[in-house]
Design a protein around this ligand. Structure first.
Ligand SMILES: *Cc1c(COP(=O)(O)O)cnc(C)c1O
Length: 395
């Protein structure tokens, strides 16, 4: 086996909750770009964008330095500014809400469904006001939210942006791939995501005009980038035509070279993640049905970025912290996704969110990645039920 390629029969401790999977192919690709003399944003980045757009089935992809940058530029392109309200769930990574704060806008947290852990048309609508400019939905764990249903209930002036950091390869309930909904949809290529290039992100965008604006915003607001000027010598000099304040949030060819290989390996990664999820789901049904996994919406493809469960705290004699620290001491990368944002000092004061508050003490994520073996998944499960049997009352 090369690199982090997983075989089914090995248990290497500790088992990280998410671990990237690189083969010799990624190493060769990045070496090729290093030797080429062009490591900034150039031809590799353009090819990665085209290949990702084709994989998702969207007209345009604009790569950026992170998903945080992608969400931020999406809000900039929608004209979100001071005093505007941006609705998002509280059960997410802090990027989702922080990008509103960058622009002087106000994050307004909405609740989620207890079973799917996703925002719902009802929970979003409950937070809409005259000042709402956008909603950032999160496809939690890789389960795609029904954005078409949300669109039908939202007022026309409210834009939908999708935080699809977990959801590359997922499909909406109607079977469309995530990224092809017509909304600005943001992916992450951070170290532990389903496609990893260390850092990185991308915005899927149906409109060529909006994509050109986003591409300019990621490079200071310039009309052309260094590769265009280098590869087409008749392009204007760098600073000609600077008319809008942009940012420095571009991707690089070093990352894109890794990304192109990772993109070609997505089917292999998805199959491994699904096999691990199936292993956990079968084990839960067999051994501990009170442990509730995240519920699906229909049978559309789940990207299986996180495997989230709700603990039956009422039947347990210990709290979650004890369980997590016991399992971590055994080398099992149990994690919490997430400590809800509406309780963070940065965002105070905030109203209560009953379902999110209920989930906050109960959710836990089990290790899953394309680098994990099925033996490792079985090992995680057997240690977890041993621990639950000690502290957890009856299955
Ligand atoms: C990872 C993550 C992000 C941020 O991605 P970066 O590429 O690290 O900026 C945003 N939202 C969610 C839900 C994430 O999990």
């Amino acid at each position: 086996m090369t690199g982090g390629g997983a075989t089914n029969h090995r248990v290497n401790l500790p088992i990280a909750f998410g671990r990237p999977n690189f083969s010799d192919e990624e190493i060769e690709a990045v070496t090729r770009v290093m030797r080429s003399g062009w490591i900034g944003m150039g031809q590799e980045t353009l090819l990665f964008e085209q290949e990702l757009a084709a994989a998702v089935g969207v007209g345009n992809v604009v790569s950026v330095s992170s998903c945080t940058g992608a969400l931020f530029l999406s809000l900039v392109s929608l004209g979100v500014g001071a005093g505007d309200e941006v609705i998002c769930p509280s059960l997410t990574w802090c990027s989702t809400a922080n990008v509103a704060l960058y622009l002087g806008a106000v994050p307004v947290f909405c609740d989620v469904d207890e079973q799917t852990m996703l925002a719902t048309p009802h929970s979003v609508l409950a937070k809409v006001s005259d000042r709402t400019k956008a909603v950032i939905v999160v496809h939690y764990g890789g389960l795609a939210l029904d954005v078409a249903a949300l669109r039908r209930v939202l007022p026309a002036h409210v834009a939908i942006v999708e935080d699809a950091a977990h959801a590359l390869g997922a499909r909406y309930p109607d079977g469309t791939p995530v990224g092809a909904s017509g909304n600005l949809t943001c992916f992450s290529f951070y170290a532990n995501k389903n496609l990893s290039t260390g850092e990185g992100g991308a915005i899927c965008c149906p409109s060529a005009q909006v994509a050109a604006h986003l591409a300019s915003l990621r490079q200071h607001g310039l009309a052309s980038d260094a590769w265009a000027r280098y590869s087409q010598p008749r392009q204007p000099f760098a600073l000609q035509g600077l008319s809008e304040l942009g940012y420095k949030l571009n991707y690089t060819d070093l990352q894109a070279a890794i990304g192109r290989v990772q993109l070609r390996r997505q089917a292999e990664f998805a199959a491994r993640r699904q096999a691990i999820a199936d292993c956990y789901l079968d084990a839960i049904a067999r051994d501990w049905p009170r442990l509730r996994p995240q519920a699906r919406v229909g049978d559309a493809r789940h990207a299986r970025h996180l495997f989230a469960v709700r603990l039956p705290l009422e039947n347990m004699t210990c709290d979650r912290a004890t369980l997590v620290s016991t399992l971590r001491a055994k080398g099992i990368g149990i994690s919490i996704h997430y400590v809800p944002l509406h309780g963070m000092p940065l965002y105070q004061p905030q109203p209560a969110l009953p379902v999110t508050d209920f989930l906050a003490d109960r959710i836990m994520t089990l290790p899953i990645s394309a680098s994990m073996s099925l033996d490792e998944a079985r090992y995680c499960w057997s240690e977890l039920i041993a621990c639950l049997a000690t502290h957890g009352g009856h299955p």
